[in-house]
Design a protein around this ligand. Structure first.
Ligand SMILES: [Zn+2]
Length: 707
């Protein structure tokens, strides 16, 4: 599947980050810096928080410089909260029951072009990323796993991620002293995680067991399966990685994006033929074809003395395959028993009959050949196969193709290099040559059909694209599904496109998109073909997994043989016994990536950001004479995202008066100052006052300095 998709509402748009058309504006930046810059620009909703934070940083520096106090006398806390707010902010926990907003199916999510970056920067900055994890109970610091050591002749299956979300897919398989991992994906942040770029799997369970890791197998090259690899492989000491060519090529790109030269560190075992068997300690891995929206997707049969795991990665059943024979999974029914089927279940609630990719193709061909002007097709960059055939068709009828959007260009470039997409050199033209061809000879394939601010399609419609200005006779095609949560931005985008163009075509008008995932019927069919002993729905939010389990019951899998696991659950399989889930989970709490930090943003920082984004901040700088305990000079008040100080003299003056009172009440000429008490008093007094005045609860930061 394709988490590659970002939801717009968290303003982390994935696509088209470093488009050529912006290149000039960001000259002199490294690729990584440019990506970061783009990501930042998108975080409009978090702007307040960031502005406030930065301002606070500047403020601090200023205070230090101007007053040059002895360091010990600066009493300023990093994190201070007004008295009432704390309970109102949801703590960051990774509990499976937590409803995840807008985290529904992203059936054909677009590929994010945002690679884990930071490695390069990190080096330059000379720092090592800090590992501050948010523990399962919201406590900071890595938690000790209560999971006991593995018994003999026991197979453990531990999903580290991907069981409660779409993304950060990673599953650990352990038998004796051997560990095999399938997929290391990334997840995009939720709405309530301002400033977070993405989330990676938590590998606490593997700490100390790195030497046991015999290999990491990647099912395919979408970001929710490979996106966190550059960071995690590094942390695991670079165990061998196993994948097919396109996946490997995309992984190498990811590694290089993260850190120049990073790809050299990969220890690669290439799956050149599906007949290959790879021994990984006590495990033996075999592979089989699966149908998905990207080439080289494969399923894995991982046998151990305790049983055979069958994992399809992301899959669909093509009911009218374009190029290859329809895939059957029946041969998997012959594997050594017991067999444990791990089935990606995003399609579990897709009840209707499957759509036809052939029909989609035919419709797209009609649109492209009959278009009176240019054709602009917005789609997911993860749809490598579809982009490939659009390219071929355009070439056949003598049209030129422009690829726009970083992820779009990268994916197609890599697929072309490997020969998965054949196109003549002159078919794909650079975007700045677009004006050299008549309008009806040009097809633009771009990212941004989810309405992501600043992605290509949004820039085109907002007249912010350097090379493309819409004309009435242009044809716009949305060849993608709506990712839940993006409805509003897509609607806005459509409205704007309808204003500018006469020909806007989307799914409601014509079949122009079919996802890379299965339907409920397909799930039942695959279970019937494979006839597994045990069934584990995987790689989707909890409700999909439950729905998938129900489908399994319908085709005869007993409930006791079906396991809907959460992240961190440990399923133990022993010969002759029914598998069971251990009482204790392994720690799978979020590890956030923000800028150059890996895991150094924890619950407290996040709560501050939520608070800042909600009601802003209010900084009060007070100088107190160390001898007289009197306030010296003018109190300085700064506010960001709360009120505009210059227009609110009354509030500001009253605040100052109350601060004076608070200082008076908590200090005495004869005793030394209790800084904590003074600060607490200011914070509470001011917090209370501001709430009474405004019904808002900004973060109140008292900066008390002794002079
Ligand atoms: Zn996928």
């Amino acid at each position: 599947m394709v988490v590659n998709s970002l939801r717009n509402n968290n303003n982390k748009s994935p696509q088209g980050h470093a488009d050529k058309s912006r290149a000039s504006a960001s000259q002199g930046m490294t690729h990584q810096q440019r990506l970061r810059e783009e990501a930042r620009r998108r975080q409009q909703s978090q702007f307040v928080a960031h502005a406030a934070k930065q301002n606070q940083n500047r403020k601090e520096q200023k205070v230090y410089k101007k007053d040059t106090p002895r360091p010990a006398q600066v009493h300023k806390k990093d994190v201070t909260h007004p008295p009432h707010k704390v309970g109102s902010v949801a703590p960051v926990q990774n509990t499976h029951n937590k409803p995840k907003k807008n985290n529904g199916p992203r059936p054909q999510g677009q590929k994010s072009s945002r690679p884990p970056r930071a490695g390069g920067n990190r080096r330059r900055m000379g720092g090592t990323p800090k590992e501050i994890l948010v523990g399962e109970n919201g406590k900071r610091g890595p938690q000790k796993s209560k999971v006991l050591a593995i018994g003999q002749k026991t197979l453990r299956i531990i999903p580290i991620g991907g069981q409660e979300e779409v993304g950060r897919n990673m599953t650990v398989f352990e038998y004796g002293n051997d560990i095999v991992i399938i997929d290391i994906g990334m997840q995009f942040p939720e709405e309530d995680m301002p400033g977070i770029d993405y989330i990676i799997p938590n590998i606490s369970y593997l700490k100390g067991k790195e030497k046991n890791i015999r290999g990491v197998i990647f099912t395919h090259g979408h970001l929710d399966h490979i996106g966190a690899a550059p960071i995690i492989l590094d942390q695991l000491g670079h165990p061998p990685i196993i994948a097919r060519d396109l996946t490997l090529a995309l992984l190498k790109r990811k590694m290089e994006d993260y850190q120049p030269g990073g790809a050299d560190r990969l220890k690669i075992i290439r799956v050149g033929s599906l007949d290959q068997k790879i021994r990984l300690g006590e495990f033996v891995a075999e592979f089989f074809d699966v149908d998905h929206s990207i080439m080289d997707a494969m399923g894995i049969s991982l046998s151990s003395p305790a049983g055979t795991v069958l994992h399809l990665g992301d899959w669909t059943i093509s009911h009218d395959p374009l190029s290859i024979e329809r895939i059957s999974y029946e041969k998997l029914a012959d594997k050594t028993r017991p067999t444990i089927l791990m089935l990606e279940s995003l399609g579990a609630i897709h009840k209707g009959p499957p759509m036809s990719e052939k029909k989609v193709q035919k419709n797209l061909e009609d649109i492209i050949s009959n278009a009176p002007g240019r054709v602009v097709i917005g789609t997911f960059s993860s749809q490598v196969k579809r982009v490939g055939y659009i390219l071929n068709y355009a070439e056949r009828i003598g049209k030129k193709v422009v690829l726009d959007g970083y992820s779009m260009r990268t994916n197609i470039e890599v697929a072309k290099e490997l020969g998965y997409i054949h196109a003549k050199k002159e078919t794909v033209i650079p975007i700045n040559d677009i004006h050299k061809y008549p309008d009806n000879k040009v097809v633009v394939i771009c990212t941004g059909a989810q309405g992501e601010a600043n992605a290509v399609l949004s820039r085109i419609v907002n007249d912010a694209h350097r090379f493309i200005t819409l004309k009435r006779q242009d044809t716009i095609v949305f060849s993608s599904s709506v990712i839940p949560g993006n409805e509003r931005s897509i609607q806005r985008l459509k409205d704007n496109l309808y204003r500018k163009c006469d020909n806007v075509i989307h799914k409601d008008i014509m079949d122009i998109h079919v996802g890379g995932h299965s339907t409920a019927e397909d799930i039942k069919e695959v279970i019937n073909q494979i006839k597994p002993d045990y069934f584990l729905p995987v790689y989707a939010n909890h409700f999909f997994l439950k729905e998938s389990a129900k489908l399994a019951y319908k085709v005869g899998i007993p409930e006791k043989n079906t396991f809907v696991l959460d992240n961190g659950h440990v399923l133990e399989v022993e010969v002759g016994k029914t598998p069971h889930i251990l009482k204790h989970k392994v720690d799978t709490s979020y590890v956030f990536i923000d800028g150059i930090g890996v895991g150094d943003v924890g619950q407290i920082v996040l709560r501050d950001r939520q608070m800042l984004a909600g009601d802003g901040m209010f900084v009060i700088t007070v100088l107190i004479d160390g001898k007289t305990k009197e306030i010296v000079g003018n109190m300085h008040i700064t506010s960001r995202g709360f009120i505009y100080v210059k227009e609110n003299f009354d509030v500001v003056n009253e605040t100052k008066r109350r601060v004076r009172d608070a200082v008076k009440k908590t200090t005495s000429k004869s005793t030394s100052i209790d800084w904590r008490l003074v600060e607490k008093s200011i914070r509470e007094t001011v917090g209370q006052f501001l709430f009474e005045k405004t019904q808002r609860r900004p973060m109140v930061l008292p900066v008390v300095i002794e002079v």
